[in-house]
Write a protein that binds this ligand. Structure first.
Ligand code: TPP
Ligand code: MG
Length: 341
């Protein structure tokens, strides 16, 4: 036994406050990791290191970061094709994420999924899904399994406003509510589904009312404010975990860039984009931290430098990665564990 005197952990309001302050810096760091990672993706795309479809979530970082903080390692995450930020916030390494985007064997999905299908079983990150609304029934299935096995877990299912117009959304919402399944529905309402504004596609644009019609508790949250998201998400997640059935969070957000790299973005007024840019969640939190004396210019530079180093390392790792051997292409199409699974 060690003779060292154990120092009791500091408790009480002061250490609580210090933890809360450090946590805010952590939230900013997470959003910066995602933002700078995706900015790097633009560059990699222009030199064809990343090919195919690429959907960036620049402007929407607060949604993924806010919700992910409310989840534990035993919980599950299902996301869309705009999921780089979700993967990083969930804890998938930047190396594995970048290698996946470059289609390399070292990627989270062996380079088979690319940008839209990041999948990582150890972190219970069940994709990345190119089908609008496609993740919803998957989330339902994960939650049904937990429910039947009496495991107190949450499945967080991210989807866009466009998915709300899909039949899969309504089927999933209905069954989740009817069977009282532990799903946290996280709707990232960025007001557009490709080039279609929500008012042109949906008869009811208050998406929380859709949840209410399935008797599901629902919140509307400012998706540009990571702190607001972070306040609501734990309450909702804990209610789900405690057996309260499915809950729904609508996060009002905005993507600053086009739908994908192929989209000329001619359907949105420049003034609208500029108005939303003024609400950019990263400068907003940076200013708040500075105003409260929790961060200064040197501190911010330090975070930026660490993030830049992490990105440099991830790109070098991905660039040096291998393409999967053609001889292996038929592997993993069916389980290698044998039948009876
Ligand atoms: C079932 C299906 N229909 C159409 C498409 C083509 N498509 C790709 S993204 C997209 C828009 C989806 O918008 P939203 O759900 O709001 O997500 P966002 O891109 O805004 O994040 C559409 C229609 C698709 N991938 N899958
Ligand atoms: Mg959308």
């Amino acid at each position: 036994m060690s003779a060292t005197r154990r120092v009791p952990p500091k408790t009480g309001p002061r250490s609580e406050a210090a933890r809360a302050d450090a946590h805010l810096v952590h939230l900013l760091t997470q959003m910066l990791r995602i933002r700078r990672f995706e900015e790097q993706c633009v560059e990699l795309y222009s030199r064809s290191a990343i090919r195919g479809f690429l959907h960036l979530g620049i402007g929407e970082e607060a949604c993924a970061v806010g919700v992910m903080e409310a989840l534990g390692p035993e919980d599950a995450v299902v996301a869309t094709y705009r999921e780089h930020g979700h993967a990083l916030a969930r804890g998938i390494s930047m190396r594995a994420t970048m290698a996946e985007l470059e289609g390399k064997l070292e990627g989270a999905s062996r380079g088979r999924g690319g940008s839209m299908h990041i999948f990582d079983a150890p972190s219970r990150f069940f994709g990345g899904n190119a089908i609008v609304g496609g993740g919803l029934p998957l989330a339902l299935g994960l939650a049904l399994a937990d429910h039947l096995a009496k495991r107190q877990r949450v499945t967080a299912c991210f989807f866009g406003d466009g998915a709300v117009a899909e039949g899969e959304f309504h089927e999933t919402m209905n069954l989740a509510s009817l069977w009282h399944l532990p799903v946290l529905f996280c709707c990232e309402n960025n007001l557009y589904a490709m080039g279609t504004a929500i008012e042109r596609a949906q008869a009811e644009t208050d998406l929380t009312l859709k949840a209410a019609s399935y008797r599901m508790p629902a919140w509307e949250v400012d998706g540009m404010d990571v702190v607001a998201g972070e306040k609501t998400a734990p309450t909702a997640a804990e209610a789900v975990r405690a057996g309260g059935g499915p809950h729904f969070v609508e996060m009002r957000t905005y993507r600053f860039r086009a739908h994908s790299m192929y989209d000329p973005d001619r359907y949105r007024a420049r003034e609208e984009i500029e108005r939303w840019r003024e609400r950019d969640p990263i400068p907003a939190l940076t200013e708040e931290l500075k105003a409260r004396g929790l961060l200064d210019d040197a501190g911010l530079e330090r975070i930026e430098a660490e993030v830049a180093a992490e990105i440099r390392d991830a790109v070098a790792f991905a660039d040096a990665g291998a393409l999967e051997d053609v001889a292996d292409l038929e592997r993993f199409v069916v389980s290698e564990k044998g039948g009876g699974q």
